[in-house]
Ligand binder design. Sequence first.
Ligand code: HEM
Length: 473
Amino acid sequence: MRNVLARKRTTAKPGETVPVAPGGLPVVGHAVKALRDPRGFLRSLPAHGDMIRISVGPLKAVMVCNPELTSQILLNDRTYDKGGLLFDRAGEVFGDGLVTCPHAKHRRERRLVQPAFHRSRLSGYARAMTEGTALLTSRWRDGQVLDMPAEMLSLTMHNMFQTMLGGTLSPQEMRQLVSDAIEVQHATYRRTFTPAVLNRIPTPGNRRYQRALAGLNNTVTDIIAKAQVNPEDHGDLLSALLTSRDPGSSGECPAGGGQSERLSSTELRNEVLTFLVAGSETTAITLAWALYLVACNPEIQERLWAETDRVLDGGPVSLDHLPDLKLSNQIITETLRLYPPAGMIWTRMVTADTQLGGYDLPAGTTIAYSPYALQRLARYYPDPEAFDPDRWDAEKQHSTPRNNAYLTFGGGARKCIGDQFAVTEAVLALTDIASRWRLEPVPGQNHPAITPSMGPRALKMRLSARKVSQRTS
Ligand code: HEM
């Protein structure tokens, strides 16, 4: 019997308030449970109802545990606007960048940023991505043991800088920028669940964060100023932003009350920082998990080798191979289902009194949703804990409808703008690595711990160069 029947139904009666999740303690609420085992806590919530109230430190929210209701939220970004603790903290770093800006600014900003992600630009980005993987793996040696999350992060950061700036940074500037970006990203998540007063105390952690943020700001501002001298489209992300014009804007300067038809220097800085942080660690986490999951599933590994050998036929991978890399694509999709990067929790703020799932939600309520919890619901994904790339095979597809239950990239108008970019990068890198290397976790690495952004913490894997006789054609 599917465990859907064990799920408690919540049919709210008029005037009923959203119930509180069980196990909360006075003052700290669910903080102890959530901080001790965040994944277990999130996954326990849907069993108590479609909507449930949680309180974790400063975060007090109504958690939506039903994909259809989550979809209603994502499709109405005026009533459920960006906001809540996560975005308040992230806004301190990215200003009103595309991820953090409110509904009132979003449509213009999205129109201005969208051309940078047009399909026609993807082949240029894909070239930089495959060169990045080739450069990284040229340093790999047979028998070497490497920390895969760190390797993948250096790959995706490198790729992000190359696609964004077209290789204008020295290796040393690049290293510094990468390390600052990682520090800022990790600290932002940590600071979300820490009371604001503690974030202002000059602890070593807070000082590290302030230093990294200042470094990041200065370098990015500098890069933009240099690029503005000659604002031509060179095929990279930044020059697409520099040359983008919004036909829907009045053409006036924002200071004059109208909406400028191009991005200002501050907006450019916000977008560059947003891409750096939103677009690097997410894909690195995906790749590290994918390599690990493939290594733990020998039958999938054999099939992946067979696919890469057949499609690449001994040559390097390119964007043209993408339509034929069916299994590689399914592996990435399934990895993103099980471990949606940064997918523990996203928040929204209710801007006007409304109703959801039969409950009244007053303006000012924080709403939260968790792709991680929703993508492990058995009624949408039979045997939800299993790594099963074939569940994405259109020909074999299981009959269970799961239309709204894949939220790795969010949905509605605020859906991830970099989804194709990320999947392309991950599929190309996975294929390239699998075509030449066999990876296996070293003993003791079988159940990696997880970082707050859902990545494997320190996952050591041993490399072996694949021999011709290993290749299954
Ligand atoms: C596996 C990789 C990625 C994942 C899982 C991911 C996930 C997400 C999610 C869930 C959202 C919506 C957040 C919400 O509902 O509040 C989002 C938005 C966004 N992502 Fe991604 N992302 C990834 C890669 C990227 C890349 C590569 C870029 C850019 C180069 C990027 C840029 C953005 C931007 C700018 C937004 C805001 C879109 C808007 O509000 O209009 N992401 N991402």
